[in-house]
Design a protein around this ligand. Structure first.
Ligand code: TRP
Ligand code: SF4
Length: 525
């Protein structure tokens, strides 16, 4: 092997390779995560640092039989995917949902998301594919007759690639009453300033556009309407602002918020850590830790020890105003949106020592996890949703065949799933490569597979599940064994075969689509 990062599983696109091909618009150095903008993401590492997206590699070992897009680092990031992986391992319920704006023909970039949904369905998840027709109409001004045409086309490709519409659910936003009702409820928890800050909305922003945002929030939480369950939303990183808002709203809808505290007052995360440290130290020396450690003692301890911590003075101040109140670790259930009955029921349900206050209950015998579970169960029993914060996984954008961004408005830059197979063949043959100026140089220096859109086609699509084949292409390229002419010929052939096969399957998918419970003719036309 020519390159160590090219590890023994044969994963050719190891994510620790510095900057991966990402279709980044040149010079777009700042990561602008804008769901409707044309920006692409230039450097995915910034997403980890600036936005708290985690590296997918960190959860990869927890996924039972990872998809090749995961193994090859095409899926590079996630938010909170662990609960989904855990449910998968334990054969517990989980869901996967993603949405597609029917603005044009489905292309090979959409195929990534289709494949992610299908894979989660095959792993036992409830899978949902939705058509974001309201968003397309509101945010992109697409007329309803075009929307209908594209809707059918997306769904045919989704089914042709393996989505089972009998097991899973496909729907369009505009005819899903439950989604719209949920959107309305979620809208009670967000206001204009907040949406404005997240999406750059201003006084000119159309109301329907804003409605399409709460509709997407409802899409994301829709799989949990029957019961709370881990849910993953596979998307591109441009959708991350939606994910953050959806995770927030999921929490705001909850009846109770569970926190950990040491006394009557609330603590922020950093303060809690410090108070915890002081408490541990003092309790170890106290005769009776339940009564002998006072707030002021902890304040004194912190001032003496003066740990270098940004929350030090806030913690000391809170402890000082707590005075002689004893510190005792507890979990607290804060009443957020609970009905009176639900609050009463929770009081009864908390076992062991507890104290009940005006808007909260302190429990001294439950741990945080037990408390979370209890709060969710009581909520679900009393008409609440009990939403778990939805998870997400993020895939890299494919580089355009002509080098820059893959763009729907530039046919040569992408391959539509509806392209004539011969045209697909020609586009691959005409693609930019990571090759050297001359064959001689290529033999000497090797090609730059990491910067090659053709290599991407192999890794993202053409090599399919065959890691050895993808690795072989990579190897041969970077060692100079493979020259671009032959390499493109092979890729073009494979692309042609893929398109032929896919288009045949699309025809076969018609029957399944007709049987599915979805209106292909919009009543809004
Ligand atoms: N906003 C998404 C896009 O631009 C489409 C979408 C609508 C979506 N609802 C969703 C994506 C729910 C994921 C989950 O393509
Ligand atoms: Fe790209 Fe293939 Fe040329 Fe390597 S040999 S640079 S993978 S086209």
């Amino acid at each position: 092997m020519a390159d160590e990062t090219h590890d023994d599983e044969g994963t050719p696109a190891s994510p620790d390779r510095e900057v991966r091909p990402d279709g980044g618009a040149k010079g777009a150095d700042d990561v602008a995560l804008d769901p409707w903008g044309s920006s692409t993401v230039d450097d995915y590492r910034k997403l980890f640092e600036q936005f708290g997206i985690e590296e997918f590699d960190d959860v990869l070992p927890e996924v039972p039989t990872p998809h090749y897009l995961m193994r090859r680092g095409v899926i590079f990031g996630h938010r909170d995917y662990r609960p989904v992986a855990e449910a998968m391992r334990n054969d517990e319920p989980f869901a996967a949902l993603s949405g597609f704006m029917p603005t044009g023909d489905p292309h090979i970039g959409h195929k990534l998301v289709f494949d992610e949904l299908i894979w989660h369905q095959q792993q036992g998840g409830d899978a949902y594919g939705l058509i974001a027709d309201m968003e397309a109409h509101a945010a992109r001004d697409i007329p309803w007759d075009e929307i209908d045409e594209h809707t059918e086309s997306y769904l045919l490709s989704l089914i042709a690639l393996g989505f089972d519409p009998e097991e899973g659910e496909i729907y369009r936003q505009s005819t899903n009453r439950e989604v719209q009702d949920l959107a309305f409820e979620l809208g009670t928890q967000a206001n204009f300033s907040e949406l404005g800050a997240i999406y750059d909305f201003d006084g000119e922003t159309e109301v329907s556009y804003m409605q399409s945002v709460v509709t997407q929030m409802a899409d994301i939480l829709y799989p949990q309407l029957d019961e709370p369950k881990p849910t993953v939303i596979p998307v591109g990183p441009d959708q991350d602002p939606h994910m953050r808002l959806a995770r927030d709203l999921a929490g705001r809808m909850r009846y109770f918020k569970v926190t950990e505290a040491y006394a009557s007052f609330e603590l922020e995360d950093g303060e809690r850590e410090l108070v915890g440290r002081a408490y541990e130290a003092l309790a170890a020396e106290a005769d009776d830790p339940e009564t002998d450690v006072r707030c002021t003692d902890a304040a004194d301890w912190l001032e003496d020890e003066s740990p270098d911590h940004p929350a030090l003075w806030e913690a000391v101040e809170k402890l000082r105003s707590g005075g002689k109140e004893p510190l005792r670790p507890r979990v607290r259930f804060l009443d957020r949106n609970a009905t009176e009955e639900a609050f009463e029921a929770l009081i009864k349900a908390v076992e062991g020592e507890k104290r009940v206050y005006e808007g909260h209950i302190d429990s001294f015998d439950l741990d945080a996890e037990e408390a979370e579970e209890l709060a969710r169960a009581v909520e679900a029993d009393h008409g609440g949703y009990g939403f778990l914060p939805p998870s997400s996984i993020y895939h890299r954008f494919m580089t355009g065949l002509t080098g820059g961004k893959m763009s729907s408005s530039e046919p040569a830059s992408h391959i539509s799933l509806l392209d004539d197979p011969e045209d697909g063949y020609d586009k691959v043959k005409a693609a930019t490569t990571g090759g050297r100026e001359t064959a001689e140089k290529q033999r000497e220096l090797g090609g730059k597979a990491d910067e090659c859109p053709v290599y991407e086609l192999y890794a993202y699509l053409l090599a399919n599940d065959d890691d050895d084949f993808a690795a072989e292409v990579y190897e041969e390229c970077v060692t100079g064994e493979r020259l671009c002419g032959g390499c493109k010929e092979q890729a073009a052939e494979l692309m042609k075969e893929f398109l032929e096969d896919h288009q045949e399957k699309r025809e076969e998918a018609r029957e399944l689509l007709e049987a599915a419970d979805i209106e292909l003719d919009s009543p809004r036309k």
